[in-house]
Design a protein around this ligand. Structure first.
Ligand code: AMP
Ligand code: MN
Ligand code: MN
Length: 314
Protein backbone atom coordinates (compact mmCIF):
# COMPACT_ATOMS: atom_id res chain seq x y z
CA UNK A 1 0.00 0.00 0.00
CA UNK A 2 1.34 3.43 -0.95
CA UNK A 3 1.37 6.12 1.74
CA UNK A 4 0.35 9.66 0.82
CA UNK A 5 4.00 10.80 0.98
CA UNK A 6 4.93 8.19 -1.67
CA UNK A 7 2.01 9.23 -3.87
CA UNK A 8 2.93 12.93 -3.75
CA UNK A 9 6.72 12.70 -3.84
CA UNK A 10 8.54 13.71 -6.99
CA UNK A 11 5.68 15.69 -8.52
CA UNK A 12 6.34 19.39 -9.25
CA UNK A 13 2.82 20.42 -10.19
CA UNK A 14 -0.01 18.63 -8.43
CA UNK A 15 -3.73 19.04 -9.02
CA UNK A 16 -6.14 17.82 -6.36
CA UNK A 17 -9.77 17.46 -7.36
CA UNK A 18 -12.95 15.65 -6.37
CA UNK A 19 -16.45 14.95 -7.65
CA UNK A 20 -19.20 17.13 -9.11
CA UNK A 21 -21.36 18.97 -6.54
CA UNK A 22 -18.71 18.45 -3.84
CA UNK A 23 -19.93 17.43 -0.38
CA UNK A 24 -18.19 17.74 2.98
CA UNK A 25 -16.08 14.61 2.53
CA UNK A 26 -14.91 15.74 -0.90
CA UNK A 27 -14.06 19.31 0.17
CA UNK A 28 -12.48 18.19 3.45
CA UNK A 29 -10.37 15.57 1.66
CA UNK A 30 -9.12 17.95 -1.05
CA UNK A 31 -8.23 20.74 1.38
CA UNK A 32 -6.59 18.29 3.79
CA UNK A 33 -4.35 16.92 1.03
CA UNK A 34 -3.49 20.42 -0.15
CA UNK A 35 -2.44 21.53 3.33
CA UNK A 36 -0.53 18.27 3.87
CA UNK A 37 1.30 18.49 0.53
CA UNK A 38 2.13 22.17 0.99
CA UNK A 39 3.84 21.43 4.31
CA UNK A 40 5.49 18.13 3.36
CA UNK A 41 6.61 19.13 -0.14
CA UNK A 42 7.08 22.93 -0.04
CA UNK A 43 8.81 22.94 -3.43
CA UNK A 44 5.70 21.51 -5.17
CA UNK A 45 2.86 23.63 -6.55
CA UNK A 46 -0.43 22.20 -5.34
CA UNK A 47 -3.75 23.42 -6.76
CA UNK A 48 -7.23 22.38 -5.70
CA UNK A 49 -9.98 22.52 -8.33
CA UNK A 50 -13.61 22.08 -7.26
CA UNK A 51 -17.07 23.28 -8.19
CA UNK A 52 -18.61 25.83 -5.78
CA UNK A 53 -19.44 24.31 -2.38
CA UNK A 54 -21.32 25.21 0.78
CA UNK A 55 -20.08 28.50 2.27
CA UNK A 56 -20.17 26.77 5.68
CA UNK A 57 -16.89 25.08 4.62
CA UNK A 58 -15.18 28.45 4.09
CA UNK A 59 -13.41 28.31 7.47
CA UNK A 60 -11.23 25.43 6.26
CA UNK A 61 -7.67 26.34 5.36
CA UNK A 62 -7.20 26.92 1.63
CA UNK A 63 -10.91 27.17 0.79
CA UNK A 64 -10.31 30.65 -0.62
CA UNK A 65 -7.59 29.40 -3.00
CA UNK A 66 -9.70 26.76 -4.73
CA UNK A 67 -9.57 27.29 -8.48
CA UNK A 68 -12.52 26.89 -10.85
CA UNK A 69 -10.50 25.72 -13.85
CA UNK A 70 -6.88 24.53 -13.90
CA UNK A 71 -4.42 25.68 -16.56
CA UNK A 72 -1.32 24.01 -17.95
CA UNK A 73 0.07 20.54 -17.46
CA UNK A 74 0.28 18.67 -14.15
CA UNK A 75 2.73 15.97 -13.14
CA UNK A 76 0.12 14.40 -10.88
CA UNK A 77 -3.67 14.65 -10.75
CA UNK A 78 -5.05 13.26 -7.52
CA UNK A 79 -8.81 12.56 -7.58
CA UNK A 80 -10.52 12.19 -4.21
CA UNK A 81 -13.95 10.75 -3.31
CA UNK A 82 -14.96 10.31 -6.99
CA UNK A 83 -15.98 6.82 -8.07
CA UNK A 84 -16.03 7.14 -11.85
CA UNK A 85 -14.63 9.26 -14.67
CA UNK A 86 -17.96 11.00 -15.30
CA UNK A 87 -18.07 12.17 -11.65
CA UNK A 88 -14.75 14.09 -11.78
CA UNK A 89 -15.01 17.91 -11.52
CA UNK A 90 -15.75 18.74 -15.14
CA UNK A 91 -13.22 21.56 -15.49
CA UNK A 92 -10.45 19.24 -14.24
CA UNK A 93 -11.02 16.57 -16.90
CA UNK A 94 -8.54 18.02 -19.47
CA UNK A 95 -5.82 18.17 -16.78
CA UNK A 96 -6.66 14.58 -15.77
CA UNK A 97 -6.40 13.39 -19.36
CA UNK A 98 -3.00 15.01 -19.93
CA UNK A 99 -1.44 14.41 -16.50
CA UNK A 100 1.86 12.56 -16.13
CA UNK A 101 0.24 10.39 -13.43
CA UNK A 102 -3.28 10.00 -12.12
CA UNK A 103 -4.17 8.57 -8.74
CA UNK A 104 -7.59 8.11 -7.13
CA UNK A 105 -8.21 7.75 -3.39
CA UNK A 106 -11.77 6.74 -2.60
CA UNK A 107 -14.19 4.67 -0.50
CA UNK A 108 -16.94 3.83 -3.03
CA UNK A 109 -17.61 0.14 -3.60
CA UNK A 110 -18.58 1.08 -7.18
CA UNK A 111 -15.21 2.71 -8.02
CA UNK A 112 -14.50 1.92 -11.67
CA UNK A 113 -10.67 2.15 -11.38
CA UNK A 114 -10.65 4.99 -13.91
CA UNK A 115 -7.30 6.40 -12.75
CA UNK A 116 -3.89 4.91 -13.52
CA UNK A 117 -3.58 3.96 -9.86
CA UNK A 118 -6.39 3.62 -7.32
CA UNK A 119 -6.59 3.15 -3.58
CA UNK A 120 -10.16 2.25 -2.52
CA UNK A 121 -11.26 1.18 0.95
CA UNK A 122 -14.94 0.35 0.51
CA UNK A 123 -15.42 -0.33 4.23
CA UNK A 124 -14.14 3.12 5.24
CA UNK A 125 -16.74 5.70 6.27
CA UNK A 126 -15.27 8.42 4.09
CA UNK A 127 -12.36 9.42 1.92
CA UNK A 128 -11.18 11.51 4.88
CA UNK A 129 -10.97 8.33 6.99
CA UNK A 130 -8.93 6.66 4.22
CA UNK A 131 -6.62 9.68 4.04
CA UNK A 132 -5.95 9.63 7.77
CA UNK A 133 -4.60 6.10 7.34
CA UNK A 134 -2.37 7.17 4.45
CA UNK A 135 -0.96 10.28 6.15
CA UNK A 136 1.97 10.41 8.54
CA UNK A 137 0.32 11.36 11.82
CA UNK A 138 3.19 13.68 12.79
CA UNK A 139 2.36 15.76 9.71
CA UNK A 140 -1.32 16.26 10.64
CA UNK A 141 -1.70 19.74 12.12
CA UNK A 142 -4.90 21.33 13.48
CA UNK A 143 -5.92 22.68 10.04
CA UNK A 144 -5.63 19.25 8.42
CA UNK A 145 -7.40 17.65 11.41
CA UNK A 146 -10.40 19.98 10.97
CA UNK A 147 -10.68 19.12 7.27
CA UNK A 148 -10.57 15.36 7.91
CA UNK A 149 -12.96 15.56 10.87
CA UNK A 150 -15.46 17.55 8.80
CA UNK A 151 -15.37 14.95 6.03
CA UNK A 152 -15.98 12.09 8.45
CA UNK A 153 -18.83 13.98 10.15
CA UNK A 154 -20.59 14.60 6.84
CA UNK A 155 -20.27 11.12 5.33
CA UNK A 156 -21.35 9.41 8.57
CA UNK A 157 -24.26 11.83 9.18
CA UNK A 158 -22.50 12.74 12.46
CA UNK A 159 -21.39 9.21 13.35
CA UNK A 160 -24.84 7.64 12.95
CA UNK A 161 -24.82 5.83 9.60
CA UNK A 162 -23.85 2.17 9.48
CA UNK A 163 -20.52 3.09 7.85
CA UNK A 164 -19.37 4.36 11.27
CA UNK A 165 -16.98 1.77 12.64
CA UNK A 166 -14.62 1.47 15.55
CA UNK A 167 -11.79 2.76 13.40
CA UNK A 168 -13.91 5.78 12.41
CA UNK A 169 -14.40 6.70 16.06
CA UNK A 170 -10.75 6.12 16.95
CA UNK A 171 -9.64 8.35 14.09
CA UNK A 172 -12.20 11.01 15.04
CA UNK A 173 -10.80 10.91 18.58
CA UNK A 174 -7.26 11.38 17.31
CA UNK A 175 -8.40 14.30 15.14
CA UNK A 176 -9.92 15.99 18.20
CA UNK A 177 -6.57 15.59 20.00
CA UNK A 178 -4.87 17.11 16.97
CA UNK A 179 -7.07 20.21 17.06
CA UNK A 180 -10.49 19.59 15.45
CA UNK A 181 -13.32 21.20 17.47
CA UNK A 182 -16.39 18.91 17.15
CA UNK A 183 -19.13 21.27 18.36
CA UNK A 184 -18.19 23.97 15.88
CA UNK A 185 -17.76 21.64 12.93
CA UNK A 186 -20.91 19.60 13.62
CA UNK A 187 -23.29 22.46 14.37
CA UNK A 188 -22.02 25.06 11.94
CA UNK A 189 -21.51 22.83 8.91
CA UNK A 190 -23.91 19.90 9.34
CA UNK A 191 -26.98 20.94 11.34
CA UNK A 192 -27.15 24.64 10.51
CA UNK A 193 -29.80 25.31 7.85
CA UNK A 194 -30.68 28.54 6.11
CA UNK A 195 -34.30 29.67 6.14
CA UNK A 196 -34.58 28.67 2.49
CA UNK A 197 -33.09 25.21 3.12
CA UNK A 198 -35.68 24.62 5.84
CA UNK A 199 -38.49 25.74 3.53
CA UNK A 200 -37.37 23.26 0.86
CA UNK A 201 -37.12 20.50 3.47
CA UNK A 202 -40.65 21.33 4.59
CA UNK A 203 -41.94 21.24 1.03
CA UNK A 204 -40.32 17.87 0.38
CA UNK A 205 -41.70 16.38 3.59
CA UNK A 206 -45.26 17.59 2.96
CA UNK A 207 -45.10 16.10 -0.52
CA UNK A 208 -43.63 12.74 0.47
CA UNK A 209 -45.61 9.62 -0.45
CA UNK A 210 -45.40 6.03 0.71
CA UNK A 211 -45.33 3.09 -1.71
CA UNK A 212 -45.30 -0.70 -1.37
CA UNK A 213 -47.26 -0.71 1.91
CA UNK A 214 -44.97 1.91 3.39
CA UNK A 215 -41.69 0.19 2.51
CA UNK A 216 -40.63 3.01 0.19
CA UNK A 217 -40.87 6.73 0.86
CA UNK A 218 -40.42 9.11 -2.07
CA UNK A 219 -40.36 12.86 -2.54
CA UNK A 220 -38.98 15.49 -4.91
CA UNK A 221 -37.98 19.11 -5.40
CA UNK A 222 -38.40 20.59 -8.88
CA UNK A 223 -36.31 23.23 -10.62
CA UNK A 224 -39.31 25.51 -10.26
CA UNK A 225 -39.23 25.02 -6.45
CA UNK A 226 -35.53 25.87 -6.40
CA UNK A 227 -35.95 28.92 -8.63
CA UNK A 228 -38.88 30.21 -6.59
CA UNK A 229 -36.70 30.12 -3.45
CA UNK A 230 -33.58 31.39 -5.21
CA UNK A 231 -31.97 28.12 -4.16
CA UNK A 232 -29.37 25.80 -5.71
CA UNK A 233 -28.45 22.15 -5.47
CA UNK A 234 -26.45 22.67 -2.24
CA UNK A 235 -29.71 23.74 -0.55
CA UNK A 236 -31.33 20.31 -0.73
CA UNK A 237 -28.65 18.43 1.19
CA UNK A 238 -30.10 16.63 4.21
CA UNK A 239 -33.61 16.15 2.80
CA UNK A 240 -32.92 12.50 1.94
CA UNK A 241 -31.69 11.93 5.52
CA UNK A 242 -34.99 13.14 6.96
CA UNK A 243 -36.98 10.96 4.52
CA UNK A 244 -34.84 7.96 5.46
CA UNK A 245 -35.81 8.08 9.15
CA UNK A 246 -39.51 7.70 8.32
CA UNK A 247 -40.53 4.80 10.56
CA UNK A 248 -41.21 1.52 8.79
CA UNK A 249 -39.57 2.45 5.50
CA UNK A 250 -36.86 0.31 3.96
CA UNK A 251 -35.86 2.61 1.09
CA UNK A 252 -35.95 6.40 0.76
CA UNK A 253 -35.99 8.03 -2.67
CA UNK A 254 -35.46 11.71 -3.36
CA UNK A 255 -35.41 13.33 -6.79
CA UNK A 256 -34.38 16.87 -7.53
CA UNK A 257 -34.37 18.62 -10.83
CA UNK A 258 -30.99 20.08 -11.82
CA UNK A 259 -32.28 21.44 -15.15
CA UNK A 260 -35.60 20.97 -16.90
CA UNK A 261 -36.33 17.21 -16.96
CA UNK A 262 -32.84 16.36 -15.68
CA UNK A 263 -33.24 14.65 -12.30
CA UNK A 264 -30.60 13.80 -9.72
CA UNK A 265 -31.70 10.83 -7.64
CA UNK A 266 -30.65 10.00 -4.08
CA UNK A 267 -31.35 6.51 -2.70
CA UNK A 268 -30.97 5.36 0.90
CA UNK A 269 -31.53 1.87 2.34
CA UNK A 270 -32.43 1.17 5.94
CA UNK A 271 -31.76 -2.55 5.88
CA UNK A 272 -30.38 -5.17 3.53
CA UNK A 273 -31.43 -3.63 0.21
CA UNK A 274 -28.36 -2.81 -1.92
CA UNK A 275 -29.19 0.58 -3.43
CA UNK A 276 -25.70 0.90 -4.99
CA UNK A 277 -26.57 -2.05 -7.25
CA UNK A 278 -29.89 -0.47 -8.24
CA UNK A 279 -28.24 2.94 -8.85
CA UNK A 280 -25.59 1.24 -10.99
CA UNK A 281 -28.34 -0.22 -13.22
CA UNK A 282 -29.34 3.38 -13.95
CA UNK A 283 -25.76 4.48 -14.67
CA UNK A 284 -25.04 5.73 -11.14
CA UNK A 285 -23.34 4.24 -8.12
CA UNK A 286 -22.37 4.87 -4.53
CA UNK A 287 -22.48 2.75 -1.39
CA UNK A 288 -24.68 -0.20 -0.45
CA UNK A 289 -26.89 1.98 1.77
CA UNK A 290 -26.41 5.39 0.09
CA UNK A 291 -26.29 5.75 -3.64
CA UNK A 292 -27.41 7.97 -6.49
CA UNK A 293 -27.90 8.30 -10.21
CA UNK A 294 -29.20 10.75 -12.80
CA UNK A 295 -32.34 10.34 -14.93
CA UNK A 296 -33.84 12.32 -17.81
CA UNK A 297 -37.55 12.76 -18.39
CA UNK A 298 -40.70 13.92 -16.67
CA UNK A 299 -41.00 13.55 -12.91
CA UNK A 300 -43.72 10.93 -13.34
CA UNK A 301 -41.70 8.82 -15.76
CA UNK A 302 -38.50 8.99 -13.69
CA UNK A 303 -40.25 8.27 -10.39
CA UNK A 304 -42.31 5.41 -11.86
CA UNK A 305 -39.25 3.80 -13.44
CA UNK A 306 -37.39 3.93 -10.13
CA UNK A 307 -40.31 2.81 -7.98
CA UNK A 308 -41.08 -0.14 -10.25
CA UNK A 309 -37.48 -1.31 -10.00
CA UNK A 310 -37.26 -0.69 -6.23
CA UNK A 311 -40.56 -2.50 -5.63
CA UNK A 312 -38.73 -5.71 -6.64
CA UNK A 313 -36.34 -5.18 -3.72
CA UNK A 314 -38.86 -4.87 -0.89
P1 AMP B 1 -26.12 11.54 -2.70
O1 AMP B 1 -27.46 10.90 -2.70
O2 AMP B 1 -25.93 12.51 -3.81
O3 AMP B 1 -25.73 12.07 -1.36
O4 AMP B 1 -25.09 10.38 -3.02
C1 AMP B 1 -24.99 9.23 -2.23
C2 AMP B 1 -23.79 8.45 -2.65
O5 AMP B 1 -23.94 7.94 -3.96
C3 AMP B 1 -22.51 9.26 -2.67
O6 AMP B 1 -21.48 8.51 -2.11
C4 AMP B 1 -22.24 9.54 -4.10
O7 AMP B 1 -20.88 9.56 -4.37
C5 AMP B 1 -22.93 8.40 -4.83
N1 AMP B 1 -23.55 8.89 -6.05
C6 AMP B 1 -24.54 9.80 -6.14
N2 AMP B 1 -24.88 10.03 -7.43
C7 AMP B 1 -24.08 9.25 -8.18
C8 AMP B 1 -23.91 9.04 -9.60
N3 AMP B 1 -24.66 9.68 -10.50
N4 AMP B 1 -22.96 8.17 -9.99
C9 AMP B 1 -22.20 7.52 -9.09
N5 AMP B 1 -22.29 7.67 -7.76
C10 AMP B 1 -23.21 8.52 -7.30
MN1 MN C 1 -18.73 12.63 -1.64
MN1 MN D 1 -17.30 10.23 0.54
Amino acid sequence: MKRLDDILSGAGRILVTGHVRPDGDCVGACLAVRAYAAAAFPEAQVDVCLEPFSPTFDFLKGSGDVIAAPEGAYDLVLVLDASSFDRITESAVPAFQTAGRTFCIDHHVTNTMFAQETHVEAEASSTCEVLFGLMREDRIDAEIARCLYLGIVHDTGVFKHSNTGERTMRIAGRLISLGAVPARIIDDTFYAKTFVQNRLLGRALVRAQLFCDGAIVCSWISKEDLDREGAGSQDIEGIIDQLRVTQGTRIAVFLYELALNEWKVSLRANDTVDVAAVAAEFGGGGHVKAAGCSLSGSLNDCANTLLERLAQEV
